[in-house]
Design a protein around this ligand. Sequence first.
Ligand SMILES: [Zn+2]
Length: 184
Amino acid sequence: MAFQPQPDDALVVVDVQNDFCPGGALGVPDGDQVVPVINQLAPRFATVVVTQDSHPAGHSSFVEQGGPWPVHCLEGAHGWELHPELDVQADFNVYKGRDRELDGYTGWNAELAEFLRKRGVHRVVVTGLALDYCVKATALDARAAGHETVVLTDATRPVDVQPGDGKRALDELRQAGVREDTAA
Ligand SMILES: [Zn+2]
């Protein structure tokens, strides 16, 4: 039974960018495999939000600045662009990680919250990359903002820096009251 979107759902597509797909600066294993799943899903939602990790040079998350990650998603660069096969019409775009000092994991912010409130969105359905960082952070913030929140496990992948990080992320989400489902 495929996931059934409701009219007051919003689909959030997190960071399906070249740098997070295989071959990218911070490639998530099989990250590109979420693309066809999300392409099938998106037209069935009345509201679609697309986030992009959007860093300036010298961002605090980069190794050279003492952060955990290689340079990735420099705003405007090829690696920052959405995967070329992602075929999604966004009603709202979030460009996160522009603040040099903040990790930028979450796609949630006050402007998005206000947009969803005006649209009458009740449930937030989170997909994209990577499960154990930006998908998790976005879903936790949507839940904390009072939305019923679902993560579609076949429309996300973990980076799994430590084996099991993806599974631990799902445990943490469950404990916060985020539901799991599958797109297909
Ligand atoms: Zn980043």
